[in-house]
Write a protein that binds this ligand. Sequence first.
Ligand code: SF4
Length: 386
Amino acid sequence: MTISTFEDKPAVDRQKMNLLGLSPEKLEKFFKDMGEKPFRATQVLKWIHQIGVDDFDQMTNLAKDLREKMKSIAEIKAPEVVSYHESKDGTCKWIIRVTGGDCVEAVFIPEKDRGTLCISSQVGCALDCSFCATGKQGFSRDLDAFEIIGQLWIAVKAFNSFGDKANRVVSNVVMMGMGEPLLNFDNVVDSMGLMLNDNAYGLSKRRVTLSTSGVVPMIDKLAEVSDVSLAISLHAPNDELRDQLVPINKKYPISLLLASAQRYLDKMPDVRRKITIEYTLMDHINDRDEHARELAILLSKLPCKINLIPFNPFDQSDYRRVTKTALYRFRDILKNAGHTVTVRTTRGEDISAACGQLAGTVSDKTRRSERHTNKHQLQPIKFVMS
Ligand code: SF4
């Protein structure tokens, strides 16, 4: 099998409009500009996102001359899959090369009642959370919409190509991979629009979750245009500690963050909806009983569920995983205070796919990564895309 690289493609191809990341509205405009009826957009959306077609010749309900015209000005081009890895627990990870040569990662976590795809929104991340492998890589750039939705397109197409072997279906998408999604707002919103659109992936808004470290003004902006599920990466019960773990807290402290989360919920028509609070537990950092008690009080007025995540160590990390005893004590204090609490099971650790371990390959423009040595080296086990 030949794995082509971006550099192999002739320059003329790169100037074509890539239809993969176009929102339904932009695709309609594309056809309108061609003098075509808007319903062509619906047809093409279905071909691309529901059937996984990237060849205009396969779009048999379009006239041949229209297909030829489209071929001359447009393309459907997903980012390149560099390698595919499967964990012994069934977790799947794709390393995906994006335009310019950097790589991002997407991870699929199969569970009994769902299959969740965790996708990246940026190449690296500028926010430098102290417990995050992506943060250590520095930041290169925002992903284009086709590079974001392309991760879902690649996963769905791969599972279809496996046949029914493992019965893997992407039922949920979380924007929790590399990057801060709210700092790549337009491309993330366009991509989530495709995830929700019935002519594309048709996922319910409850099954698409955007996770943010707390870019407060953009949470308000998101509420204006979308009602997907919102997760807040909190990780600390007070500003003093959160300033150290999640540096953006110095700009948008916890009180502002939780107020914006409440405003987000207030805009939702469904009063039963809740914010997910993510709290990564690190040994002797944020896992003490007093932290749990402080957190319980802090969140007492916000409709939320708390997801406790045992820290997943990576090569350059300064932290250790919470002990089981501390984890369950922490959980029980929150539960006894009346909170809904789940503990995230660590998945895909053997392929560095666990939460907080995604690193990719980043041409770091922040030069932050020069302080670290990247020792993440994976051996691919098989390719799934041709
Ligand atoms: S935790 Fe999220 S926001 Fe923080 S550095 Fe990692 S990717 Fe960026």
